[in-house]
Design a protein around this ligand. Structure first.
Ligand code: NAD
Ligand code: NAD
Lengths: 205, 205
């Protein structure tokens, strides 16, 4: 079995491989462009039998296909987005611009002024249809971009309707006392905090 | 010196510590709530001398303060956001909602209909003032949420004005042939891809 922490790094390797023009790459090059050490890259790739050839490295297109297969991207993943406000709209538009491997099959909201509007090819539907949308379209993944106050109640409905994972942007923990649904909390300010370190002066630690 | 990969994990530990009610925690608990292994947590914390007490763990408030100091969060970091569209607006609002450690000191756009508008306490300014805004307010960090076509030219102006790091959301690489300014590319669909793995069926790998 491949460790979860390795799986979480694979999309970053895939991004680099897909934006690369050369036919071959090395663990050092992949490391530099993703921020991981070259040992970490070698270790991760070895889990699924990609060892590369000493002195020559890895074949870019073959490695990309291997990672796509592992992530299940060769079988397209459908997701539902709930909360079509500023962040939700930006995400819906972004996943329809160019080749993004995850497509939204539905977008839900509770505001009558938002319901019925189109974002690219997706028409926003009323959240009252959440259960039937998730079941009929076999949706396994949800992205939650509702205000903090609505997050837990919407997450409970998604879990009961059968999603397997939720990417949560609301700044509150959700579904904390169960472990059937995978919850990933994302905080864009965390990225900013990490960068703050690199631009502020430091006394000797 | 603390390795960059450790620094990148510290904000995630800080989030967990700050949402914790208990007075003590352990590397296992921190690992579970952030997704890293407990060995990784112990190794990271040991870099700055936080060893915890065997069997008792770490003091939550003390560890939080240590991490805040290392990340330079006890000296507030000011940032500029460029491109006040859907994503930019969501980020500006979010960083003003509750205690977020990074504050935006300015928001810039080139659309006359956006300039002069207020998002919380921030009034959007014209991007033609980029240089003077960065210099006069001593801004070291920039967040780029402009369309792909504008990303490189805006990034060059930010670099020349003196920012030290850019968090880039546009789906194109920027400032690739220099290494004075730190660039971090962020792709929210990467998180979705990693989660897709956990919800799709896998043949034996
Ligand atoms: N994690 C991060 O880094 C980050 C960054 C920006 C925003 N956020 C968070 O993301 C969320 C969305 O932010 P935004 O700026 O897009 O907010 P917004 O107010 O623009 O959008 C919220 C949307 O959710 C809808 N909504 C509200 N209650 C609902 C419910 N019960 N069911 C269905 N839809 C509902 C609203 O109609 C609206 O369209 C907020 O929780 C915010 O704190 C997080
Ligand atoms: N990385 C990700 O996961 C992710 C997710 C969503 C969106 N995006 C990207 O983020 C960017 C913003 O997305 P959005 O949905 O908010 O787009 P948007 O069109 O709503 O916003 C873009 C804003 O930039 C401004 N702008 C355009 N050219 C400019 C220039 N030269 N100088 C200053 N301002 C300028 C526009 O006036 C507008 O306000 C896009 O590049 C999009 O692809 C990335």
């Amino acid at each position: 079995r491949i460790p979860d922490s390795t799986i979480r790094r694979l999309p970053a390797y895939l991004r680099v491989l897909e934006s690369q023009k050369e036919e071959r790459t090395t663990s050092v090059a992949l490391g530099e462009r993703t921020g991981y050490s070259s040992e970490q890259v070698r270790k991760d790739l070895a889990y699924f039998g990609a060892f590369g050839t000493r002195g020559v490295g890895y074949d870019v297109s073959q490695l990309g296909q291997q990672i796509r297969h592992i992530l299940g991207l060769d079988r397209s993943v459908t997701a539902v987005l709930v909360g079509v406000g500023h962040l939700g709209t930006a995400l819906l538009r972004y996943t329809q611009e160019g080749v993004r491997d995850v497509q939204f099959a539905a977008a839900l909201d509770n505001n009558p002024q938002v319901i019925g509007g189109a974002i690219g090819s997706i028409v926003v539907e009323d959240i009252k249809h959440l259960e039937s949308v998730v079941r009929e379209r076999k949706i396994r993944l949800a992205v939650l971009t509702v205000p903090a106050a609505a997050a837990e109640s919407v997450a409970l409905r998604l879990a009961e309707a059968g999603v397997g994972a939720i990417l949560n942007f609301a700044p509150v923990p959700i579904l904390t006392d169960q472990d059937r649904v995978l919850v990933q909390n994302l905080d864009l300010t965390l990225e900013m905090q990490a960068m703050a370190y690199f631009v502020t002066e430091h006394d000797d630690l």
